[in-house]
Design a protein around this ligand. Sequence first.
Ligand code: SAM
Length: 234
Amino acid sequence: QLSKRLMAVAARIPAQAVMADIGSDHAYLPCYAINKGLAVKAIAGEVADGPLQAAEQQVKAAGLEGEIDVRKGNGLEVISAGEVDCVTIAGMGGTLITSILNEGKEKLEGVKRLVLQPNLRADHIRKWLIENDWELIDEVIMEEDGKIYEILTAEKGDAEKPYSTRKELKLLTGPMLLAEKNEAFLKKWKREADQLEVVLKNLEKAGNQQAAKEKKQSVLRELQLIKEAISSEE
Ligand code: SAM
């Protein structure tokens, strides 16, 4: 049984997709996508030997060697331009996902949809999407086993469209997630606010060096935005 998190990623793969799952580990996602008829062909990319072997074994055990190609490599280097129409990257930090996208930009030609599931720092991905003309078309936030996950789906388009007002706040929290403010969203941002309060206290102890002052300013700004996000007023 696939995790609720990966099931939600799978639900965003377009019909009949040729997909690449980067950082696939056990290749659970491509196996599920092929078995459920969501994708017709998949590439499972992995940079590390252990997960690569796990992916190979899983694909073999599922009898899907004809449909799923397991490839070793860093990020998008496992695909060639025009080869796939959907890229999924799940279960990593937003900063790593962003650097994978950035380093493999030329491989994204022909890709129609990105489905990205950062564990942390989804805001880095939102910024990258804007800078690279990918329009956020869907966002989900959910909790599973005490952890909170976000799933961002983007297609080529008008990248600025979701950010016509309150851009800084929406980049941080997600324009669609902010509009919805579900339970997982409120829990995540209350947790983040608590952590930032601790950071702030420690910075206050650190005294008045320039670096600490600057960090304090940015933490205060983020706290202000979070308070805005979790307040009940629109
Ligand atoms: N995508 C799966 C999921 O969501 O359950 C696995 C997530 S696992 C925590 C992250 C995987 O990404 C690891 O297997 C790691 O080896 C792989 N990975 C990390 N950086 C990578 C990169 N630059 N290129 C390809 N794979 C990478």
